[in-house]
Design a protein around this ligand. Sequence first.
Ligand SMILES: C[S@@+](CC[C@H](N)C(=O)[O-])C[C@H]1O[C@@H](n2cnc3c(N)ncnc32)[C@H](O)[C@@H]1O
Length: 233
Amino acid sequence: MNRDHWNELAERFENEVMDMVQTDRNRVLRQMVSSIPETHRSTLVDLGCGIGTFIKTFGDLFDEVVGVDLSKRMLSRARRQCADLPHTSWLCADLKNAAEKLGEHADLTVCLNVITSGELRRRKSQWTSLKKVTRRDGYLIVGVPSLESAKMVSEVEDDDDSDITDDGLVSRDGVYQKFFSREEIREALIKRGFDVCSIKRVYYDWSEEGMPEPPKNADGYPWDWACLARRAA
Ligand SMILES: C[S@@+](CC[C@H](N)C(=O)[O-])C[C@H]1O[C@@H](n2cnc3c(N)ncnc32)[C@H](O)[C@@H]1O
């Protein structure tokens, strides 16, 4: 999805886009943020910040906050939503260029549901950007759609999973998006010099899958993956 598409979605964000902080049933993201030590609360960088929900919720725990997004319209909504956080600045940039502008700056880098492109090359450069923005021994929270969950949902719906490719691409509204297995996340981060602290399920309601009630044959809820990692010193 390109910049125009995200700009277009900005006004309809709540209805059309998955917001991990809002949908997190078991407050995994809050637990992860709480586990970041006081010594690492200077700078928070949220890459692909959307309308600023993460910053609104956790920004006051940090001395300085930077929200980065490709879409001007997302940023203008984020700026309005976070007007009471004067220590926050905003950067309209592609994730892959953020490091050039910010440097290895973040005590905590956050990137939730952004690395979903169907293009392997683009995803590789995005994983690398996470490293380039995070200071040595700094932390990262990255959230991505779960391949295991997509397969479970497909089973519950009694679909064959033919809309899931062998590479973990899943068709959503006619666009293929990358869904990750737990192991793929671990590999992507280790390859870029991160130590993985934990990978957890961020459960969300079935309504996000278009089902108003939990289906009778479902055992639990669908989920995204959230990973807390630390860049090696
Ligand atoms: C699914 S939304 C997630 C928003 C937010 N992280 C959240 O969890 O609520 C993806 C966001 O990433 C932004 N985005 C997508 N590709 C990007 C890129 N290459 N560089 C920077 N931002 C990007 C979009 O504009 C959108 O605001």
